[in-house]
Design a protein around this ligand. Structure first.
Ligand SMILES: [Ca+2]
Ligand SMILES: [Ca+2]
Ligand SMILES: [Ca+2]
Length: 415
């Protein structure tokens, strides 16, 4: 059990020593010395016993056989042989006695050594117990250290990984550094070039700055002129737009007037022709007198009735006379008619809005352009007044009124 513990301790100590945790301790001294002495004595006795057996066999069996030559045997006496054996045995005994004496001395010495070793063994035993306790403590420390070692190993592994990562980062940084160094050299070269260019550009800049100030003054002046011109341009643009609009309107009016002028010119030409034709006829008509009871004015003849009829019957009477109800073509005709009528009487004329209320038409289908309505007329009183009449007035040229067509009135025919 002790030997096993010592061997374990040897192994542990060796292991710890290899790991550098404890200093080397010589446990060889702690083996039991009594066992060593016993073993040594046993071995020595066995060697002596083997030597005696060997001598006996040699002198008693082998030597007589070797000297059994028939020639010599015949010459030697049996007493000599015994004397030789006795001498040899005596010498051998002396040797054995000397060896026994030596062995006795050695045994005494060994006994002393055994006693000393026993004492030393007890001391070692005590030391061993102490060392066992220390070993337990060391074992506990070892376990603690083992755990710490495991932790340190884990930390070491982590550190190793970190180191590898750092190494990779280092390599990357080195590559980056090399690249940056290359870039730095390139930048340095470019910097030198830029410095040269900078000096040149600085001179150009000064020149340009001088030019810039000069141009800035010119630009300010031009800006003032531009602003003034811009305002004038805006005014002119507004005026231009107005003039353009006026021009467009005038152009449109001009075109309309041109068309109207052409139409009027055509009408004028037609009228001139008609006038020429009618002028000849008028001259012929003017020279011809109206029928009895009719009154001439220009180219027309007028009949003023003495009887009273409604508007439709009056017209039928005029048509029967080869004429129609009076159509007022001019202010002169209105004034002429007012002059030939009895004082303050009303007479039907060829005027009606029976087709469309409020739209007055002459009996020949022409629209009424010039009117002489009395103030407040046409009143269409009761919604029943659809025929026109003229009132004679002593002053002026007479006035018009609308009245119910069924009323009986005097009337005026014209042909
Ligand atoms: Ca007329
Ligand atoms: Ca009416
Ligand atoms: Ca009326």
């Amino acid at each position: 059990m002790d030997s096993m513990e010592i061997d374990d301790n040897l192994y542990i100590t060796k292991h710890l020593t290899m790991e550098g945790l404890v200093t080397k301790v010589d446990f060889q001294r702690r083996k039991q010395p009594s066992r060593c002495v016993t073993v040594c004595l046993g071995l020595l006795c066995a060697v002596l016993l083997a030597g005696n057996i060997g001598q006996f066999i040699y002198y008693e069996i082998i030597s007589p056989l070797a000297s059994a030559d028939p020639t010599q045997a015949s010459l030697q006496f049996p007493g000599d042989r015994l004397q030789d054996c006795y001498d040899a045995s005596t010498a051998e005994r002396k040797q054995l006695e000397a060896k026994l004496s030596n062995l006795t001395e050695e045994k005494g010495q060994l006994q002393q050594s055994y006693t000393a070793l026993t004492t030393e063994r007890d001391e070692f035993k005590t030391s061993f117990n102490n060392l066992t306790n220390e070993n337990n403590q060391i074992q506990a420390s070892y376990s603690t250290c083992k755990q710490e070692s495991d932790q340190l190993q884990t930390s070491y592994n982590n550190m190793q990984k970190s180191l590898e990562e750092l190494q990779a980062s280092h390599n990357n940084l080195r590559a980056t550094k090399d690249q940056l160094q290359t870039n730095n050299r390139n930048l340095q070269r470019e910097k030198d070039e830029f410095q040269t260019l900078s000096i040149s550009l600085r001179a150009n800049r000064d020149q340009l700055q001088s030019n810039y100030f000069s141009l800035k003054r010119s630009k300010d002046q031009l800006q003032i002129s531009y602003n003034t011109l811009s305002i004038r341009k805006d005014d002119l643009q507004i005026r231009y737009n107005l003039l353009t609009d006026d021009k467009d309107r005038m152009q449109s009016s001009y075109n309309s007037l041109q068309n109207e002028k052409e139409e009027l010119q055509n009408k004028y030409n037609s009228l001139v022709k008609v006038k020429d034709v009618f002028g000849k006829d008028i001259n012929k008509v003017r020279g011809k007198p109206c029928e009895r009871g009719w009154i001439r004015f220009h180219i027309s003849c007028y009949f003023v009735s003495t009887s009273q009829r409604n508007w439709a019957s009056s017209r039928q009477d005029c048509i029967a006379r080869g004429a129609d109800l009076l159509i007022i073509d001019s202010r002169e005709e209105q004034a002429f008619i007012n002059g030939i009528l009895p004082s303050r009487k009303q007479f039907w004329i060829g005027l009606t809005d029976s087709v469309t209320e409020g739209t007055w038409m002459w009996v020949d289908g022409t629209p009424v352009t010039t009117t002489y309505w009395y103030p407040g007329e046409p009143s269409n009183s009761g919604g029943k007044e659809h025929c026109g009449e003229t009132w004679q007035r002593s002053s002026g040229i007479g006035v018009w009124n609308d009245d119910q067509c069924a009323n009986l009135q005097h009337f005026i025919c014209e042909k």
